[in-house]
Design a protein around this ligand. Structure first.
Ligand SMILES: *Cc1c(COP(=O)(O)O)cnc(C)c1O
Length: 392
C-alpha cells in the first residue's frame, strides 16, 4: 500500500486517540526508518524509548525469531526458560529480590501500586493505603495510574478515579514531609520525569526521600518505565542516585521493541504477592523475554558508559549553539530535554519535514530518546537538522 492508502485506512478504522504525524513507517535498520516510498528518517525517538538497540539488530532478530518458532506463548501456568533467565539476570544486576512481568508501563505500575498497598495492609491493616506521587509525573493511562499521575490535564472525563493518591511538588522536601501523614504507604517517583518535561530530581531531594521512607517503613517506589534499561547511562537510574528502592517498575526499553514491562521488588516486598494476588495472561511472554535477554546482555559497563558519554556530548553540542531560542538543556544519558521558546510541536514538525524524528515533553520541551546504539556521526547529523528547525 502507498502511504496515502495506509493513512486513509488507518484513519477510517482506528479510533483517533492519537494525533499522528502524516507519515507511514514501513521498515527500519539501525537508527534509520523508511516510509513505503523509500523516504528515510533519522530516528531520535526509538518509538518513545522502546527500540533501545535500534531496528533490525541481527542478534535480537534471530533470538526473537527462533523463540517465536519454538514457542510463542504457553501462559504463566507453566515455567518457560526465557523469562526465568531474564528475571535472574535482572535480580543479579540490580540487587532487587524478585520480578513480576507485565506487558507495558501502565500495567507494571498497577502491579507496583498493588504490591505497595498489600505490603502495608499485611503489616499495618486498614487506613494506610495512600500513595504520594509528584506533580508533573506520568505513570500510565489506566484509571488508577491516571490517579497516580500528577498532572491535572489527565484528571478529566473518567471519574471516579481511584482514591488514595496525593501529589506534591517535585524537589520540595518540606512539601514531602508535610504529605507523609500516617495513612501513607508509599512514595512513587520518576527520577527523571519523562513525559512531564525531562525533569531530573535533585540528589539532595532523593537522599531525603530515601531517608524518610526508610525511617517510617514507607515504600520507596521508582517508576523506571522510561529511565530504565540503560536509557540514562546506567542499567537503572536509581543506581546513579545511590539508592536501593523497594519497588521498581520498568517497561519501554526492556525488550527492544516488543511489549513487556514489570516490577522488581526488594527484600521487604519479596513475599507480598503470592498465588492469586496478581496475574496476567501475556506477562513474561517467552518471545518478548528472548528479545529482552539480548538487550540486557548488550548493556555491559562499556555500553552503558558510552550511552552516558554520548548523552553528555549531545547536550554539550546543543549548549554550544548559544541559541537564543534554547532556554535550557537537561537530562541524563540519552534522555534529553531541550527547552525552547517556541511551540515544541512545531519544532518537531519542522524536524520531521527535514527527515528527523523527535518528540516533545511537557508544554515547552523538545525531547530526544534516540536508540542507545546511535553513533556520534548520527548525533551530529540529527542535531544539524534540529538546530535548523529551532532557528527557522
Ligand atoms: C510511558 C510511561 C508509562 C506508561 O507506559 P505504557 O507502556 O504506555 O503503559 C508509565 N510511566 C512512565 C514513566 C512512562 O514514561
Amino acid at each position: 500500500m502507498t502511504s496515502q492508502e495506509t493513512i486513509e485506512l488507518s484513519q477510517a478504522n482506528i479510533l483517533p486517540t492519537y494525533k499522528r504525524f502524516p507519515i507511514v513507517i514501513d521498515h527500519g535498520s539501525g537508527c534509520r526508518l523508511y516510509d513505503p516510498e523509500g523516504n528515510e528518517y533519522l530516528d531520535f525517538t526509538s518509538g518513545i524509548g522502546v527500540a533501545s538497540l535500534g531496528y533490525g539488530d541481527p542478534a535480537w532478530v534471530s533470538a526473537v525469531s527462533e523463540q517465536a518458532a519454538r514457542l510463542a506463548h504457553v501462559s504463566n501456568l507453566f515455567h518457560t526458560e526465557p523469562p526465568a533467565r531474564l528475571a535472574a539476570e535482572l535480580v543479579r544486576r540490580t540487587g532487587m529480590s524478585g520480578v513480576f512481568f507485565a506487558n507495558g508501563g501502565g500495567e507494571a505500575n498497577e502491579g507496583l501500586i498493588k504490591c505497595a498497598r498489600k505490603y502495608s495492609h499485611d503489616r499495618y491493616g486498614d487506613g494506610r493505603a495512600t500513595v504520594v506521587s509528584l506533580v508533573q509525573s506520568f505513570h500510565g493511562r489506566t484509571v488508577t495510574t491516571l490517579a497516580a499521575t500528577g498532572q491535572d490535564v489527565f484528571h478529566q472525563h473518567f471519574f471516579p478515579f481511584t482514591e488514595g493518591f496525593v501529589h506534591v511538588a517535585a524537589n520540595d522536601a518540606a512539601a514531602l514531609d508535610e504529605a507523609l501523614t500516617p495513612d501513607v504507604c508509599a512514595v512513587m517517583v520518576e527520577l527523571v520525569q519523562g513525559e512531564g518535561g525531562v525533569l531530573p530530581l535533585s540528589q539532595d531531594y532523593v537522599d531525603h526521600l530515601a531517608t524518610v521512607c526508610a525511617e517510617r517503613d514507607i515504600l520507596l517506589c521508582v517508576d523506571e518505565v522510561q529511565t530504565g534499561v540503560g536509557r540514562t547511562g546506567s542499567l537503572f537510574a536509581f543506581e546513579r542516585y545511590g539508592i536501593q528502592p523497594d519497588i521498581v517498575s520498568f517497561a519501554k526499553g526492556i525488550a527492544g521493541g516488543l511489549p513487556m514491562g514489570g516490577i522488581m521488588v526488594g527484600s521487604r516486598c519479596k513475599d507480598v504477592l503470592g498465588p492469586g494476588d496478581h496475574a496476567t495472561t501475556f506477562g513474561g511472554n517467552p518471545v518478548a523475554a528472548a528479545g529482552a535477554l539480548v538487550v540486557l546482555e548488550r548493556m555491559d559497563d562499556a555500553f552503558l558508559a558510552d550511552v552516558a558519554a554520548k548523552g553528555e556530548y549531545l547536550r554539550a553540542q546543543v549548549r554550544s549553539w548559544n541559541s537564543p531560542h534554547v532556554t535550557d538543556v537537561r537530562g541524563a544519558g540519552l534522555m534529553v530535554g531541550i527547552e525552547v521558546d517556541t511551540a515544541p510541536g512545531e519544532v518537531v514538525s519542522r524536524c520531521i519535514e527535514r527527515g528527523l524524528l523527535a518528540l516533545t515533553a511537557g508544554s515547552s520541551a523538545v525531547r530526544l530518546l534516540p536508540p542507545l546504539v546511535i553513533t556520534r556521526d548520527e548525533i551530529d547529523e540529527g542535531l544539524a537538522i534540529l538546530r535548523e528547525a529551532i532557528e527557522s
